[in-house]
Design a protein around this ligand. Structure first.
Ligand code: NDP
Ligand code: OXD
Length: 321
């Protein structure tokens, strides 16, 4: 019987995620491609593509005919955790579905802090009726977005509709409608001086690792309507020092934080973050990678490459994202 798997072969390498649903989706989107898992696909010279989330270090450098690596996340720090990567293109997720999910998360958390959600929930738990009715207008607050990429720009557009003032910070100069844009080290000071709520949508790279630390919190404005600023990190846990976040909350440098990502995931049961009254936690759930929306575009890119077309959403190895 003829082999129906006539096109480039795929190794699916996932850590911490169930494979079945991804295999099902690959089967639907690419019935003409064989899909292999470890250990069968290890060092297999017939593998053309790797589709990965936190692949095992060393796995990819043993695939002699690998043509491209596809990340199942928008972030690619999980791929670069392997220091022996082969020199093939790396494609990351840029997807309307993922972008929409992240913007929902950002809008949800910004509004929750703006409309005093944590305070009202605590009062409800204590059966306290709070007569204080002061509400700041959205237009009186500036939301500063660290990372004006695919996710940061969409979140900014949606927050703008709600009437917030916006500022943003990126590595290279940007122009984004309705956003006061700042870039690089020289732009960081003015950016931090502008923002009442800081939303972090940066990638984790050697340049950004640990950037959310005590020194940066000290540079944030405390003159806005909220007093001390609110921090929302949905980028990566490696961007933050959790010890510094806790001390900044205790010292009043920050008024509240929302964290979706952590230095170590899952967050250790003994972390003080779990029970701190000024901390809102979500379990790396801001924008899930959903097989039914991500796999078909990945397979289309494989098809395009085989027709001699260029890949889209390539990672810049030098920049690290
Ligand atoms: P992009 O690559 O599109 O955007 C990254 C942005 O960060 C760009 O504006 C870039 O600047 C900026 N940036 C990078 N390095 C620096 C630096 N050293 N200094 C200042 N700015 C910098 O990424 P996405 O928007 O698609 O995704 C952002 C991150 O969100 C991902 O890397 C991932 O870590 C995280 N994420 C988290 C999820 C979750 O569920 N919590 C889900 C999905 C993603 P420039 O514009 O100049 O290139
Ligand atoms: C991503 C993530 O990078 O889910 O897409 O964190």
């Amino acid at each position: 019987m003829a082999d129906r798997h006539t096109n480039g072969r795929i190794l699916l390498a996932l850590t911490g995620w169930q494979s079945e649903i991804w295999i099902d989706e690959l089967g639907k989107a690419a019935p003409d491609r064989a899909v292999t898992l470890e250990p069968e696909g290890e060092a297999d010279p017939t593998i053309d593509y790797a589709v990965v989330w936190k692949q095992r270090p060393g796995l990819l450098s043993n695939l002699p005919n690998l043509k491209a690596i596809f990340s199942l996340g928008a972030g690619v720090d999980h791929i670069f955790a392997d220091t022996s990567l082969p020199d093939v293109p790396i494609v990351r997720v840029v997807s309307p579905d993922l972008t929409t999910r992240m913007s929902e998360y950002v809008v949800w958390q910004v509004l929750d802090h703006h409309r005093r959600g944590p305070l009202y929930r605590a009062q409800q738990a204590d059966r306290v009726w709070y007569e204080h009715r002061e509400q700041t207008a959205a237009s009186a607050l500036t939301v500063g977005i660290m990372g004006l990429g695919e996710l940061g720009r969409d979140a900014a557009a949606k927050l703008r509709v709600l009437g917030f003032q916006l500022s943003g910070w990126s590595r290279t100069e940007k122009q984004v409608d309705g956003v006061a844009c700042h870039a690089g080290e020289t732009g960081l000071g003015p950016f931090l001086a502008s923002a009442d709520i800081v939303v972090v949508l940066l990638p984790l790279t050697p340049d950004t690792r640990g950037i959310l630390n005590h020194d940066l919190f000290k540079r944030m404005t405390r003159r806005g309507p909220l007093g001390a600023p609110v921090l929302i990190n949905a980028g990566r846990g490696g961007l933050q020092s959790e010890a510094d976040i806790l001390s900044a909350l205790d010292e009043g440098l920050l008024s509240a934080v929302t964290l979706d990502v952590f230095e170590q995931e899952p967050l250790a049961a003994e972390s003080r973050l779990w029970s701190h009254p000024k901390v809102t936690l979500t379990p790396h759930a801001a924008a899930a990678s959903v097989p039914s929306s991500l796999i078909a575009p990945i397979v289309k890119q494989m098809d395009a490459l085989e027709r001699g077309e260029a890949l889209m959403h390539l990672v810049d190895r030098k920049a690290g994202y």
